[in-house]
Design a protein around this ligand. Structure first.
Ligand SMILES: Cc1cc2nc3c(=O)[nH]c(=O)nc-3n(C[C@H](O)[C@H](O)[C@H](O)COP(=O)(O)OP(=O)(O)OC[C@H]3O[C@@H](n4cnc5c(N)ncnc54)[C@H](O)[C@@H]3O)c2cc1C
Ligand code: FES
Length: 265
């Protein structure tokens, strides 16, 4: 984990309300594992005071800093992300990370990636670092409210995954949620050794976890619980464990968990 000041060398609107951000600083990306995240302090002002968590999308490539660079895909939802979207190129941000526990992918199972909304961004780094054969063998189902918000699907397709899209407004792909698409296509998607990786809104993760359990599939989920410190101190990111085993911190013990670890009710 590092604390650094990183220069914004890219800020581009890639779909309505979603921006690709490039950050360059010595050492920023060396230790990053797929599924880990960074806390970004946005601006020098007191408001927004707290840093905001974002998954990294990819390292490099056009490094302005000897390869020490990460890209982040973010969606504007409130004042922090709105402020971030207006920042000028060349401005520096205070960055903490990489943080948390990322995806485990050394089991050799066939990856089935499920991304909901901007949560799909966390799966791009996973796909990128899968062994090439597994990447080409993987399925990715990406869903969003609107067909205009499916940027990650195109990216995953370029990376070699077999992609299916779902949009709730029916503009692109299957008309419905990613869960409805999954259930519709499950007979053609499932193979012996399928392993599920999912990131998206809590309700989507809950349903994925139940579905994977009913099929007896190993399943990892990445939660996007709001965070204040990102380093395990404030306990603001607590997630309840199954079986009355108490709570864990999404920023330290997660954000990636085995689905059966979590209390979903
Ligand atoms: C580990 C992790 C990785 C993340 N990765 C990404 C990413 O790659 N790209 C991306 O766009 N976003 C990501 N997020 C979500 C991102 O952190 C929030 O969208 C951001 O903090 C919102 O800040 P804001 O100041 O714009 O909104 P605020 O003004 O803080 O909030 C605006 C509204 O959004 C709600 N809200 C804020 N944060 C969340 C949240 N985490 N979940 C649900 N509702 C929320 C608030 O309750 C409020 O209603 C991630 C979150 C976590 C925990
Ligand atoms: S965000 Fe503070 S403990 Fe997790």
């Amino acid at each position: 984990m590092r604390v650094c000041r990183a220069k914004i060398d890219l800020l581009q609107e890639v779909q309505p309300g979603a921006f690709l951000l490039g950050l360059a600083a010595p050492g920023i990306s060396h230790e990053a594992r797929p599924g880990q995240f960074y806390m970004l302090k946005i601006g020098e002002e007191a408001d927004p005071f707290l840093p905001r968590p974002f998954s990294w999308l990819r390292r490099g490539p056009q490094a302005s800093c000897n390869g020490d660079r990460v890209e982040i895909l973010f969606q504007v939802v409130g004042k922090g992300t709105a402020r971030l979207a207006r920042m000028p190129l060349g401005e520096e941000l205070q960055v903490l990370g990489p943080l948390g526990r990322g995806w485990e992918f050394d089991t050799g199972g066939f990856p089935l990636l499920l991304g909901g909304g901007i949560g799909a961004a966390s799966l791009i780094s996973l796909l990128e670092e899968l062994p090439p054969k597994l990447r080409l063998d993987s399925w990715a189902l990406v869903g969003a409210r609107s067909g205009n918000q499916l940027w990650c699907g195109e990216e995953m397709s370029r990376m070699g995954a077999k992609v299916m899209l779902a949009s709730q407004d029916g503009l692109k792909g299957f008309h419905g949620t990613v869960l409805e698409l999954l259930k519709h296509e499950q007979d053609s998607l499932l193979r012996a050794g399928t392993e599920v990786f999912a990131c998206g809104p809590w309700e989507m993760l809950r349903q994925v976890a139940l579905w994977a359990s009913s099929k007896g599939l190993p399943c990892q989920i990445s939660v996007e619980t709001p965070m204040a410190c990102g380093v395990g101190v404030c306990l603001g990111c607590a997630v309840r464990l199954s079986g009355s085993r108490g709570y864990v911190r999404a920023c330290q013990e997660g954000p990636v968990f085995r689905a059966e670890e979590i209390e979903w009710d």
